[in-house]
Design a protein around this ligand. Sequence first.
Ligand SMILES: O=P(O)(O)OC[C@H]1O[C@H](OP(=O)(O)OP(=O)(O)O)[C@H](O)[C@@H]1O
Ligand code: HPA
Ligand SMILES: [Mg+2]
Length: 179
Amino acid sequence: MHQDILEVLVSESQIKEITEKLGKQLTHDYAGKNALFVGLLNGCVPFMSELVLKIDTHIEIQFMAVSSYHGGIKSSGDVKIKYDLNSPVQDRDVVIVEDIVDTGATLKTVTELLKYRGAKSVKVVTLLDKPSGRKVDFIPDYIGVTIPKKFVVGYGLDYNEYYRNLPYIGVLKPEVYTK
Ligand SMILES: O=P(O)(O)OC[C@H]1O[C@H](OP(=O)(O)OP(=O)(O)O)[C@H](O)[C@@H]1O
Ligand code: HPA
Ligand SMILES: [Mg+2]
């Protein structure tokens, strides 16, 4: 285990089971819909890459880069679009792929934006849900696992852009971000 990690919350094998289960559900729910899967960079990368390989129906994949944490452990609440979609969402069934829903600010903003742009439906699949972190009302449609109110890293999630490459979800030792 990495020296800056206090405990592992979701192991590599648990993540594998989760992505397989979600992949099956999404395959069933989006069969024949030509859905547009939108990954939110940077955090979505490991989850998105594993999830889409488990989806056995015709889908398009695109990305958006959205950021509100600016590296730290606290959301600024100000969600910035740094890189936008390359495909129109008008009349498409859209599925946003995310690593975590915490305050809810990111997903609420992006969901509303894609609906405003004319998407036929907008759903959210997230690996982690931290409902105790909510500052705005938001309920994801597909949830991998619900976690407690702790700052986590790994499997795409960062602190100051580091730890994204850990193959598990771990709690960061508080001394790492308080020093
Ligand atoms: O529910 P919220 O409080 O809005 O938090 C969730 C968002 O915050 C993180 O992204 P971040 O802004 O850190 O960008 P990143 O994906 O590049 O790390 C995470 O990947 C989600 O996109
Ligand atoms: O717990 C978290 N860890 C890393 N990034 C995050 N973005 C929102 N919540 C978190
Ligand atoms: Mg981040």
